[in-house]
Design a protein around this ligand. Sequence first.
Ligand code: NDP
Length: 313
Amino acid sequence: MPEHIKCLIIGSGPAGYTAGIYTSRANLNPVLIEGMQPGGQLTITHEVENFPGYPRGESGPGIMSDLRQQAIHCGTDIRAGMVTHIDFKQRPFRCIVDDNHEFVADTVIVATGATARWLGLESEEKYRGFGVSVCATCDGHFFKGKDVAVIGGGDTALEEARYLANLCRKVYLVHRRDAFRASPAVQKNIFNTPNIEIVWNHVPKEILGTQQGFLKSVTGLLLSNTLDGSEQAIAIDGVFVAIGTIPVTDLFRGVLELTPEGYIKTQPAPFTNIRGVFAAGDVQDLRYRQAITAAASGCMAGIEAARFLNENG
Ligand code: NDP
């Protein structure tokens, strides 16, 4: 028997949990499906200084744990699992979780967020989990006292580099241009950290390593100069890829209208092209992509879901 509910929230980042808080308080008794990475991207973020309410900053997992508890406290029914099928052709909307549990929902809030972007090199795939990572907080301790490279020039790359500089002997920060995209506040500490070496105008061409049976390890990085095409290799033990994110929208392709970049099109946020289906957070936001803007759009989606049910029954 399908489970009929007023509001299904898909995703558990700041947007999903905040939507949970608002729809719970509006008596929608929401069910929130957590997905593969409960807590979302912030759970792999070392320190967050710009989420309001934490005067001394807080770890990403700490903030997400607080938000989750707040959503539960307000009445959100949080369930583990992945939404595997959707049918938004008519209302109520059908969503199947883990291929076996069917929800019939009067409204749906999509807050599936975004996931790490990879370089797309064959060698990156080969050494993933054996020296290639997208999360310094998760994997940095494997490289204590060693040399590593961080790829990227945004806030994430610089924060990863700063975090790793405390653990590693040396951190190469490899960026494809000669100026960082990261905010000035985050850039401030990078230039005067003695064990961070910035490698401007270079991109990884190949990740070098060795393999003995199943055991693989990274030994270096072949870099290509973006200005003149020349190549140079650096000796390192680990590579942290921090070149941005891609929205998690595979499930909605062909169902919800997407932007050319693959984000859910909201005009204005949080409305999608299907009435009763709302989108919040990074899955629909190419521009800001902050935890606080995700939380705010989760709030908007929650309010609109409640308003929609009031108006449409
Ligand atoms: P961004 O998209 O901001 O930055 C990605 C970086 O990777 C850019 O410097 C880009 O270069 C580079 N890049 C992209 N593709 C490639 C490629 N194929 N090869 C080499 N380099 C590449 O992503 P972030 O994850 O850093 O940040 C995402 C959002 O999250 C941002 O809005 C950011 O402000 C926010 N954020 C905020 C934090 C904070 O405030 N504490 C912490 C972390 C993230 P180029 O610059 O040339 O485009």
